[in-house]
Design a protein around this ligand. Structure first.
Ligand SMILES: [Zn+2]
Length: 268
């Protein structure tokens, strides 16, 4: 997505891409102009009214310069809105991009990147929900209901085990919150249990974190590499190591889960 340069105020392209990703999630291969135009205009009106005019015709044509988007029409230069309204052409991701983005994990990663890079200043959660991509863009995913008694018990046992292993001390920053004389920590799943991540509920996939670090980890503002070094992440990408994860002797962490989480931070 190399042509989606961060540019405060120009939200047409990122919002258009998110809307189309929502259509891909629903299994739709091509979108018609008369469907795309009003829907993307509405997103621009609701979520970007202060910074962008509703000009959905602009990305419908101009995204094709990025090599991942094609317009199924024979215009030789940018069509006017009137021409699009008359012709109602189809557009969509190119075959290669579509097949990659049909994979839920790849799609979630694309959403996370668009969100972090272009939507830091707007209501990104609401937009992701509005286009039908709920759960994409955070490491936790859509909170999954534990359906069987066995699942509920295992989940509770794993949480207890994680907080016991660390006496409620955060593995990232070392904070131990005292709540009315008792320790408080949160058991974070590295690969979220919810869709689209579908991680497993096991201590190998869990960390003991304070609420701050948990929020930052789920929001992809923290990454942990395969050697357990901690990196802070900004819109510019992953920074240098700022410390090392504390790991108890009998807590085996499956680094494949850390790698999965970190894949969401890579820039396109
Ligand atoms: Zn912490």
């Amino acid at each position: 997505m190399g042509n989606l340069r961060p540019n405060r105020g120009a939200l047409h392209k990122p919002l258009a891409v998110l809307w189309v990703l929502g259509r891909v999630a629903a299994g739709q291969r091509w979108v018609r102009w008369r469907e795309f135009g009003p829907a993307v205009d509405e997103l621009l009106r609701v979520y970007a009214s202060a910074t962008s005019k509703p000009t959905s015709y602009y990305p419908f044509w101009h995204l094709s310069s990025g090599g991942f988007w094609e317009l199924r029409a024979s215009y030789t230069s940018a069509p006017t809105r009137t021409a699009l309204d008359a012709d109602d052409p189809e557009a969509g991701f190119t075959d290669g991009a579509y097949s990659v983005l049909s994979d839920p994990a790849h799609r979630a990663r694309a959403v996370a990147i668009v969100r972090r890079t272009y939507l830091a200043a707007v209501a990104a959660d609401a937009i992701v929900d509005a286009v039908g991509l709920t759960g994409c863009g955070t490491a936790a995913g859509v909170p999954r209901k534990l359906v069987t008694r066995q699942e509920v018990q295992r989940n509770a046992a794993n949480k207890r085990r994680i907080s016991d292993l660390y006496d409620d001390r955060c593995q990232v920053c070392g904070t131990r919150l005292d709540l009315l004389g008792r320790g408080y920590s949160e058991a974070a799943h590295i690969r979220g249990l919810g869709a689209p991540h579908d991680g497993e509920d096991a201590v190998e996939n869990m960390l003991c974190l304070c609420p701050n670090c948990h929020t930052r980890f789920d929001g992809f503002a923290l990454a942990i590499d395969e050697e357990l070094f901690i990196h802070e992440v900004t819109a510019a990408g992953e920074g240098p190591a700022v410390g090392k994860l504390t790991v108890a002797a009998d807590h085996k962490i499956d680094v494949r889960h850390l790698d999965y989480h970190r894949r969401f931070l890579a820039r396109s």
